[in-house]
Design a protein around this ligand. Structure first.
Ligand code: ADP
Ligand code: MG
Length: 453
C-alpha cells in the first residue's frame, strides 16, 4: 500500500468515525509498512496505539480489505521519531492541548466523546436498568441529589457508554456547564505532567472549575498514592461546591484493592449502582439494535432467522465481544457477498465461539462456594445438616442449576448422591431468600460474578 492510498482510505474512515474521533485517533496514524499481511502504523504513544487498537482496528482492517489491500491484521508501534507531534505529550491531553495555549471554551474536553455512545443507542434491560435510570437522572443536570454517582460492573457492560451518554446529554441540555470526562489514567497523566512542568496550581484550578467531573475506570489509580491523594482533594473540593461527580469502576468501591479507605468511603457516600452481567434478552436486544444501525451502511444485507438468537445464546461474555462478532460477520458477509446464515456465522466466528465455550462445572461451583464461606469442600458435599453447611450447600445447588445445564438428578448425584427433590428444595429456598435476605442476595451475586469471570 502506498501513502497515497492510505490518504484516500483515511477520508473514508473520516466518514465512518466522525470528525472528532478522526482528528484524535485516525489522523495521527502514520502508515509505516505492510508485510506478511500485517499493516503497521506508527503512533505517537503506547496509549494511543492501545486505544486505536481496541476501538478502530476492526474498522481499519475492513476498509483496507475493501479497498483491495489484503491485510490480516493491523499493528501499532511507537516510532522513535514520529514527526507528526510537536511534543511527546500524553494522548489524553492532545485533543485539548494545554488549556492556556488553546484558550478555547472546550479546552477542558480531556477525552473525546464517542459519537455512538448516547442514550439513544443504549439498550435497557433488567441487568442495567438501575444504572441507566441513575445516569438519566444525572444527565438532566438538575439539583445534585446523589454525589458521587458510582457505576460499576465488569468489562464491556456499558459503563463508558453510559458516561459518554451523560456527557452528551448534559452538553445538549446545559451547554454552559463545564463537563469534564476523562479516564482515571488520563487524570494521572495530567497530574504527573503538571508536577513535572511545575503547573500544579493550574492543574488544581482547572479541576476545581468544572461543574461535572466524570472519571472512568477509577480502579486504575489504586496503589498510585500521590494520584489518589490528589484525586481525593479534587473530589472533596468539588463535592463541597456541590458539583456533580460521576465515577466508574470495574468492581464495587469497597472491593478495589489498594484503594485508600478514605477514597473508598468517599465513593460509597453517593449512589452506587452496578451493571449486572447481561442476560439473554438484553443481548438479543442489543444485537437487534446494532443490526438496525448497520443496515444504514450495508444496505441489502440479509440475516437468516435464528442467527441473532444463536449469538445471544452463545456469546455471553460481554457486549464488546458481541459487537465485535457482529462487525466481523457483517464485514465478512459483505466481502464475500453472501447472506449471513448459520454456516457463515460458524465459519466466520469459530474462534470467538470456541473462546466463549468455557463451561462452568459443578466442581468449580462447589470449590468457589466453599472458599467463599470458608468451609471445607467435603462439608458442602457431605451429609452434615448443620445450618452453617446447609446454606452454602443450597447456594451451590442454586448456582449449579443456574450456571450449568445439568439436570436436578445430576446435580443431586454430585452433591453426595442427594435426591433431586432435595436439590429442588435448595434451589427454591435460595430463590426465596434472595428477595428477603440482602446478605444471601449479595453472596449469590458475588459468587456468580467470580464464576463467570
Ligand atoms: P465498559 O466501559 O463497561 O467496559 P463499554 O461502555 O465500553 O463497556 O461498552 C462496550 C461496548 O458495548 C460499547 O461499544 C457499547 O456501546 C456496547 N454496549 C454495552 N452495553 C450496551 C447496551 N446496553 N446497549 C448498547 N450497547 C452497549
Ligand atoms: Mg470502559
Amino acid at each position: 500500500m502506498t501513502q497515497e492510498k492510505w490518504g484516500q482510505l483515511r477520508q473514508r474512515l473520516l466518514k465512518t468515525v466522525g470528525q472528532n474521533n478522526y482528528t484524535t485517533w485516525i489522523e495521527p496514524l502514520e502508515f509505516a509498512d505492510l508485510k506478511d499481511g500485517v499493516a503497521v502504523f506508527n503512533v505517537p504513544t503506547n496509549f494511543m496505539g492501545n486505544y486505536v487498537g481496541q476501538n478502530f482496528a476492526d474498522l481499519i482492517l475492513y476498509e483496507l480489505n475493501t479497498a483491495g489491500t489484503k491485510v490480516q491484521r493491523v499493528a501499532f508501534r511507537v516510532a522513535a521519531n514520529t514527526p507528526a507531534r510537536p511534543t511527546p505529550r500524553v494522548v489524553a491531553s492532545e485533543s485539548d492541548s494545554a488549556p492556556e495555549a488553546a484558550g478555547r471554551h472546550d479546552a477542558l474536553q480531556a477525552a473525546p466523546l464517542d459519537a455512538r455512545f448516547t442514550f439513544d443507542t443504549f439498550v435497557v434491560g433488567k441487568p442495567n436498568e438501575l444504572a441507566h435510570a441513575a445516569a438519566r437522572r444525572v444527565s438532566e443536570g438538575g439539583p445534585v441529589t446523589f454525589n458521587p454517582l458510582v457505576l460499576y460492573g465488569g468489562v464491556g457492560l456499558g459503563k463508558t457508554h453510559l458516561m459518554h451518554a451523560i456527557a452528551w446529554e448534559l452538553r445538549a441540555r446545559k451547554p454552559d456547564l463545564n463537563v469534564l470526562y476523562l479516564s482515571a489514567e488520563q487524570f494521572m497523566y495530567r497530574f504527573v505532567q503538571a508536577l513535572r512542568e511545575r503547573k500544579m496550581m493550574d492543574f488544581k484550578e482547572l479541576f476545581r472549575s468544572v461543574d461535572v467531573l466524570m472519571v472512568d475506570d477509577v480502579q486504575f489509580i489504586a496503589g498510585k498514592d500521590s494520584t489518589q491523594e490528589e484525586f481525593f482533594h479534587t473530589f472533596n473540593a468539588l463535592v463541597d461546591q456541590n458539583k456533580q461527580i460521576i465515577i466508574s469502576a470495574d468492581r464495587a468501591p469497597g472491593e478495589i484493592k489498594d484503594l485508600e479507605d478514605r477514597v473508598k468511603s468517599r465513593l460509597q457516600c453517593g449512589l452506587v449502582v452496578d451493571l449486572h452481567p447481561t442476560d439473554y434478552e438484553l443481548r438479543l436486544g442489543i444485537l437487534q439494535t446494532k443490526v438496525q444501525q448497520y443496515r444504514g451502511s450495508y444496505p441489502g444485507l440479509e440475516i437468516a432467522d435464528g442467527v441473532l438468537e444463536f449469538l445471544a445464546q452463545r456469546i455471553s461474555t460481554n457486549v464488546r465481544v458481541l459487537e465485535g462478532a457482529l462487525t466481523r460477520l457483517f464485514a465478512f458477509a459483505s466481502l464475500v457477498g453472501r447472506e449471513i446464515d448459520m454456516e457463515l456465522t460458524q465459519d466466520c466466528l469459530a474462534d470467538v465461539l470456541r473462546a466463549s465455550e468455557r463451561k462452568i462445572t459443578i466442581e468449580e461451583i462447589q470449590r468457589k462456594v466453599s472458599e467463599y464461606y470458608n468451609i471445607r469442600l467435603s462439608d458442602i458435599i457431605g451429609p452434615k445438616r448443620l445450618r452453617s453447611f446447609a446454606r452454602p450447600r443450597q447456594v451451590a445447588m442454586y448456582l449449579s442449576k443456574q450456571l450449568t445445564s445439568r439436570s436436578l438428578p445430576e446435580i443431586g448425584r454430585r452433591f453426595g448422591g442427594r435426591d433431586h427433590t432435595t436439590v429442588m428444595h435448595g434451589v427454591k429456598r435460595i430463590e426465596e431468600l434472595k428477595s428477603t435476605d440482602g446478605q444471601i442476595a449479595e453472596d449469590v451475586e458475588m459468587l456468580r460474578r467470580t464464576l463467570e469471570a
